[in-house]
Design a protein around this ligand. Structure first.
Ligand code: G3H
Length: 252
């Protein structure tokens, strides 16, 4: 039986001001905290210091949505792992498909960011997943393999064991269309087998793999019922306190 702790991570994307973020934490404190489930809010940079302060004394963790791979330098508009660590965030999303699509992040950049995260003791939630045309062409597993191998390159087994991988089919993000639990299990089980090939079975058994793509409180239970699915990375349904609370409770 798996000893992996389920993890629900809300990805707020570019939503919420500082005051809205604080109100959200007030509303979910004590409610989106369930024994045996990890609850993480990945929020815009501007809200992170206030959120880290607001969740003190709770079991809710805070994450960023991106990180630059250098510690500092002439990279206008960027934020480094060094800076995030100082704020006190625990997690960072790396390689989200929106970063790959709109900000030209390649597997190589994603990998550099993974190394930067570990350098600063931040835990990465690294996203992989296929486009609709790749799915239609039967390339889902090939794409996920390439992205997983690329993301993990050069990491130690101990680092991979601490990594969270989010399988997010791009056609399911924000569309209301989602992968069936069985299809998500099939791909996520495959991703775990890739980790076993690259490292060993112990590491593969330790790495947590989430499903993401139009997850709702009503559907999270079905995903969580699958052998290899350890949680969810949730966009839209993580923005309202009641919905977020239901997601965390549904992951138990
Ligand atoms: O990071 C979260 C994913 O992009 C999923 O977003 P969604 O739940 O709004 O489909």
């Amino acid at each position: 039986m798996s000893t992996r702790k389920p993890i629900i991570a809300g990805n707020w994307k570019m939503f919420k001001t500082i005051s809205e973020a604080k109100q959200f934490v007030e509303a979910v404190k004590g409610e989106a905290e369930v024994d045996g489930v990890e609850s993480v809010i990945c929020a815009p940079y501007t809200t992170l210091p206030a959120l880290v302060e607001a969740v003190q004394g709770t079991s809710i963790a805070i994450g960023a949505q991106n990180v630059h791979f250098e510690d500092n330098g002439a990279y206008t508009g960027e934020i480094s792992g060094l800076m995030l660590k100082e704020i006190g965030v625990k997690y960072v999303i790396i390689g989200h498909s929106e970063r790959r699509a709109y900000f030209a992040e390649t597997d190589e950049i994603v990998n550099k960011k993974m190394h930067a995260a570990f350098k600063h003791n931040l835990l990465p939630i690294v996203c992989v997943g296929e486009k609709l045309e790749e799915r239609d062409a039967g390339q889902t597993k090939d794409v996920c393999k390439t992205q997983t191998v690329g993301a993990l390159a050069g990491l130690t087994a101990a680092q991979v064991a601490e990594t969270v991988i989010a399988y997010e089919p791009i056609w399911a993000i924000g569309t209301g269309k989602s992968s069936t639990a069985a299809d998500a299990q099939d791909v996520i089980g495959y991703i775990r087998s890739i980790v076993a090939e690259l490292y060993d079975q112990t590491t593969a058994d330790a790495v947590r793999i989430q499903y993401g793509g139009s997850v709702k409180p009503e559907t999270v239970v079905e995903y969580m019922g699958q052998t290899d699915i350890d949680g969810a990375l949730v966009g839209g349904a993580s923005l309202e306190p009641a919905s977020y609370i239901a997601l965390v409770r549904g992951a138990k």
